[in-house]
Ligand binder design. Sequence first.
Ligand SMILES: *Cc1c(COP(=O)(O)O)cnc(C)c1O
Length: 515
Amino acid sequence: MTALNRAGWRPEMNAAGGADDNVTFTGNRALMLEEPLIFEIGGTGTTGVDFDEAALAADLGALARTAPIGLPGLSESETVRHYTRLSRQNYAIDLGLFPLGSCTMKHNPRLNEKVARMPGFADVHPLQPQETVQGALAVINELAVWLIKLTGMYGVAMSPKAGAHGELCGILCIKAALEARGEDRRVLLVPESAHGTNPATAAFAGFTVEDIPATAEGRVDLEALRARLGPDVAGVMITNPNTCGLFERDMKAISDAVHAAGGYVYCDGANFNAIVGRVRPGDLGIDAMHINLHKTFSTPHGGGGPGSGPVVLSEALAPYGPLPFVARYADGTHKLVEEENAGEEHPETFGRMTAFHGQMGMFTRALTYILSHGADGLKQVAEDAVLNANYVLRSLEDVLDAPFAASGPCMHEALFSDKGLAEGFSTLDIAKGLIDEGYHPMTVYFPLVVHGAMLVEPTETESKAVLDQFVGALRSIALRAKNGDPALKTAPHFAPRARLDETLAARKPILAWEG
Ligand SMILES: *Cc1c(COP(=O)(O)O)cnc(C)c1O
């Protein structure tokens, strides 16, 4: 293949350069820089590194590369520019409001980053002798104590590495508890509004998943749940606050009914940031709940970044929790309880979720966040998150259908549907229109129980001025969708790429350059 050129322009672009306002010689538009694929700019015969051919051949012998491997080669500055240019076409929490719901793109205080990078935390190795990592163990234990306190639960498993991993951990605890009781209960009840990971976890752990319907107001149908309980039901998995953005007010009654029928209550606590400091899940009769540290207690996530999903456990389930965990002794020292000493400390454990102790970098960030806010500050986080979401809900319910607006205040996210848009206009058009307004779109088409759902989570850190601008943008797009503005059907118009054929992109992705 011949490398096209190194500046990022393609010959076909420059034909009308300068002749028309929309076309430039380079394809760039001022600071918005055009950037081709790396395969298009870097020839596979090029390399950015100088090798001493003779030394290479001698050192590597038969391992030396003898044929091209088809990877693009670029100089250092070309490589840096390529990725920097691409990064400028991305949207980030540091650029503006991130309205994704069911995801909580949180403020990530720089203090967290500073602490996580301290060499004593960043450079420890999980196989170091325990007496050399007492501080790191103390951090894990201190965070564990906070999580237990904030949730009113009995114990916590720190090692799960994301929310879904925490769900699996909690469900395996339930499975172990049932086995210890000698009971073969196979069914897990999951409301239809559940996050997709809930039924996936239940099925992965070998349970049969059965739906529980929702009421018209978007909450679990308590009577339908009660009617289904029986000796084959292992328990329920309920998200609270739920994915419709509502608090499950009947949670205590649900837990009591499930316990009376011999089952366990799993709560998906991914939305804990809406109630932290206000509600203790332990008081609601919950047996296991994962906490997404990367949602509730800041820490960056998204784009496959690290997560951390500790699971708090009730007294009934704690004995079955996974290894390893940090135990603190009366003399102030910390020790890991692992397979070799579990016999005396934790004999009923179901086993291990991870090779080591969990996400240390997330632990330091979450504990920094907790300590810098304090208990009162965390409560305020929850209150401000709920206030901001309700502000968005009430500011837009006159132009966008809000199916549960009459069910009372929402929690930390506001839910809208596509009802009332002009013929042929959909939620997707609104999302694409938001891109032109300079926002990442909100979560779309989730939860599935609402047609054309739009789930907006503004988070607690946004000011009224920022919310007003976002509300203004969404309002104007909603009106265009209601009035059938044809230009909205082809949005975005101002983004580096116009509307893509998403089906084609998903079905036939171009993952390598055939030069
Ligand atoms: C994010 C989320 C999950 C899954 O958490 P991960 O950390 O992404 O695995 C589960 N349930 C709900 C309600 C969530 O919002």
